[in-house]
Write a protein that binds this ligand. Structure first.
Ligand SMILES: *Cc1c(COP(=O)(O)O)cnc(C)c1O
Length: 341
């Protein structure tokens, strides 16, 4: 039994998901002739109370298309210093859109409306880049799966409206936040101009993300997706996997969150661990005690078929998901308890 806690992207389609995929009716989506894709896009738009949505091969491409559709070259976007759109998308905002990033010094990947208000002051000055976009991430990846307080998001929305800024949500793991906070997609659809969601993370589809927004924004996104090389053909098989995941794998995210909390408790009890970050969803970030070599910690667990990654400087990460079972949890807790370096 190999326990893979490296990421929630390591899941394999379940037999039921595969069967659902194999039975999908498909067509050429470039001609909008794929009924499974069309149905999925309508379903997700409706779910968020938005006019339209568009299927993408990756979350990165969905975010990059959003940045491009909201901005012109030379503009500036605001995001947290830990944001995926800044740190982990290959410099795409600069490369694809010619946009610079104004990084806000938030806490666990989240900033406040007050911080944003300070950051956007002086924007009428012709020396400074034109401010166009605010990008939020929920849950935060680098912030250890932390969830935003929706009231702060509302305050930020008001600022974006008052200052004529677009408001994009990188919701790669938004469903984890919705389940953890008992919130609804419509509440988020009301707040943001565009939202990207990743179906290949905790929801367990092999591929696929969606961007939701107004008809006008999604029409722009369709052209940009083509420009980025992301127009797909008989992709209904993949849309079917996403459709299946939305119907069957959302509520169960609570199980991932519970198992993450159990892992956190086991780590708290280990003398080898200095600190475990608060666990709100499915990401567990922790630090080895002084004098403990993090690579040795990773390697010793790997020798027991338990896989996790180091994030450098004594920081380690485990992510729970669809393929991480109670048996695997039990084994991991037991091995952490026995571990000696
Ligand atoms: C995974 C992730 C993405 C998109 O990733 P892809 O691998 O391109 O699908 C975007 N934002 C966050 C916060 C993520 O964790």
């Amino acid at each position: 039994m190999i326990v893979n806690l490296i990421s929630d992207t390591v899941t394999k389609p379940t037999p039921e998901m595969l069967e659902y995929m194999m039975n999908a009716e498909v067509g050429d989506d470039v001609f909008k002739h794929d009924p499974t894709v069309n149905k999925l896009q309508e379903k997700v738009a409706r779910m968020f109370g938005k006019e339209d949505s568009l299927f993408f091969p990756s979350g990165t491409m969905a975010n990059q298309a959003a940045i491009k559709l909201h901005t012109n070259p030379g503009d500036k976007m605001f995001c947290d210093k830990w944001a995926h759109v800044f740190n982990y998308e290959g410099g795409g905002a600069a490369f694809n859109s010619g946009v610079s990033s104004h990084l806000i010094d938030g806490h666990r990947g989240m900033f406040t409306a007050e911080q944003l208000e300070k950051a956007i002051s002086g924007r009428a000055d012709i020396h400074v880049p034109y401010s166009r976009l605010v990008c939020i991430e929920n849950t935060t990846n680098k912030g250890g799966g932390a969830c935003w307080d929706i009231n702060e998001l509302k305050k930020i929305q008001k600022l974006t409206v008052d200052n004529n800024l677009a408001y994009h949500l990188d919701g790669a793991r938004l469903f984890n936040a919705l389940v953890a906070k008992d919130e609804t997609p419509v509440q988020y659809g009301e707040l943001f101009d565009t939202i990207s969601i990743c179906m290949s993370k905790g929801l367990g589809a092999p591929i696929g993300s969606l961007l939701v927004g107004s008809k006008e924004h999604i029409a722009k996104a369709l052209r940009i997706r083509k420009l980025f090389g992301g127009a797909m053909r008989q992709v209904g098989y993949m849309a079917a996997a996403v459709d299946y995941a939305l119907d069957n794998h959302v509520e169960r995210l609570a199980e991932d969150h519970n198992r993450a909390k159990h892992l956190g408790e086991a780590l708290e009890n280990s003398p080898l661990i200095k600190k475990v970050e608060p666990i709100e969803t499915n990401i567990v970030i922790f630090y080895v005690a002084d004098g403990v070599d993090e690579n040795e910690f990773v390697n010793k667990l790997a020798a027991k078929d338990i896989l996790l990654i180091s994030m450098g400087e004594g920081k380690l990460r485990m992510v729970t998901h669809l393929d991480f079972t109670d048996d695997m949890l039990e084994k991991t807790v037991s091995e952490i308890g026995k571990l000696k370096l």
